[in-house]
Design a protein around this ligand. Sequence first.
Ligand code: NAD
Length: 234
Amino acid sequence: MTKILALTGAGISAESGIRTFRDSNGLWEDHRVEDVASPEGFRKDPSTVWEFYKQRYAQSLGVDPNSAHLALVKLEEHFGDSFHLITQNVDGLHFRAGSQRVYEMHGRLQSCFCISCRTHYKVQDIIMESEVPRCKKCGDILRPDIVWFGEIPYYLYEIEDLLKNTDIFLIVGTSGVVYPAAGFVMTAKLFGAYTIGVNLEKPDNLGFFDEFHQGKCGDILPKVVGKLIDTYEH
Ligand code: NAD
C-alpha cells in the first residue's frame, strides 16, 4: 500500500485570493510579520494583532478553495488512510474543500484561546466582542490560535512519524524558507521517500526534490495528482 504525504504552504491558497508573504515583500497583508505574528508583537499591541486576525478570518470566509485544494481531496479519496496532509496555512481551506486527514501545524484562524487557562473559543463567537476579547472563565485575555514565529509548531511528533514512513512526499506552494517545514523534505528523502514539488518559483530547498514542477499549482497539481492516482493503487 503506497503511503502519500502532502505539505502545503501559502502558495496553494494564492489562486483563491489569499496573498502569500513572498508576493508582498515579506509583509503579511501590508503588516510587518514581527508585529502581527510574534509573541512580542502581541504583548506590545494586542488590539492591533486581534484586528489583523479578525480581518484574516473574515477574508478566509469570503474566498473558496481552488482546484489545487480539490486535487488533494481527490488524492485522499483514492489513498484513504494512506494519505495525510500537513499544512502551514491557517485559512481552513483544506477542510472546507473536503480534506479530512489534515494537520494544521501553524494553527487556525477559526480558533483562539485564553493565555492563562488555555480554554479554547471559536472566533465566530467572539468576533463582535471588544478589541481584545476576554476569557469567560478566568477573565484573562484571549489570543489567536496561530503558531507565531519563535513558537513550537503543532503535531511535530506525528509529523516526524509521517515523514519517516511515507513513500511519496508531495510539497505544494511553499518557498522552502520557513523552518521547520522547510526541512521536512530532507527528512522524508533521507528516509527513502520519492519527493515531488509544485511551486511558482524554485524553492530554496530544490536540491532535495526528485521531481519539480514550476508554475501555478491550480493548473499543475490536478495533473500531478491524476498521474499519482493512475500509477499507484491504494
Ligand atoms: P511563503 O509565502 O513563504 O511562500 C509561498 C510560496 O508559494 C512562494 O514560494 C511562491 O512562489 C509560491 N506561490 C505563489 N503563488 C503560487 C501558485 N499560484 N501556485 C504555486 N505556488 C505559488 O509561504 P510559506 O512558505 O507557506 O510560509 C509563510 C507562512 O505564512 C506560513 O507558514 C503560514 O503560516 C503563513 N501564511 C499563511 C497564509 C494562509 O493561510 N493562506 C497566507 C500567508 C501566510
